[in-house]
Design a protein around this ligand. Structure first.
Ligand code: T46
Length: 141
């Protein structure tokens, strides 16, 4: 399937605010994400001048959530680039396969949760930007 930045969207995660002021609880039920979850991982203690990502996935779909703090996600479909700031624990950013992403500008204490559709496979990564552009120029992706 050919993907573009139009395939990226936010998913609102239900938030239950405690009526007695005990804070919020958010829950991700299994049907809230548009894929079956195979793996969860998270980035934390990332220095503010570091960049994570810098790759695209061939098959993997994922949702990123700023569980704490904030960070920017640079998204690129080979034609267009956009930057999305994540800073709400009840908002997930869905990223389709075939999208280059870089994650940067981490605030102090930021935690980036990734909920993904595949087990870890290095063969699913495109880590070279020129290779990514070649991949996208193939009509299939
Ligand atoms: C993504 C962003 C948001 C594993 O052994 N198992 C795993 O499940 C993962 C995710 C990584 N690793 C190893 C592979 C590398 O030796 O951990 C090391 C760091 O991985 P990477 O350089 O891919 O980390 P990021 O932060 O650049 O990217 C990760 C995910 O790989 C990627 O899917 O979208 O977080």
């Amino acid at each position: 399937m050919k993907t573009s930045l139009n395939d990226i969207h936010f998913i609102e995660i239900p938030k239950i605010s405690d009526p007695d002021g005990r804070g919020n609880l958010s829950v991700i039920e299994k049907n809230i994400l548009p894929y079956k979850v195979e793996r969860i991982y998270y980035l934390y203690d990332v220095p503010s001048d570091s960049t994570r990502g810098g790759h695209a996935h061939i098959k993997l779909q994922q949702s990123l959530i700023a569980l704490s703090g904030s960070f920017d996600v640079v998204l690129d479909d080979g034609k267009k680039r956009e930057i999305v700031t994540l800073n709400k624990p009840n908002k997930a950013l869905y990223i389709a396969p075939g999208i280059w992403r870089e994650i940067e500008n981490f605030s102090s204490g930021a935690v980036c949760l990734a909920i993904v559709s595949e087990v870890y496979k290095e063969e699913d990564y495109i880590r070279d930007y020129q290779e990514f552009l070649n991949f996208k120029s193939d009509r299939q992706h």
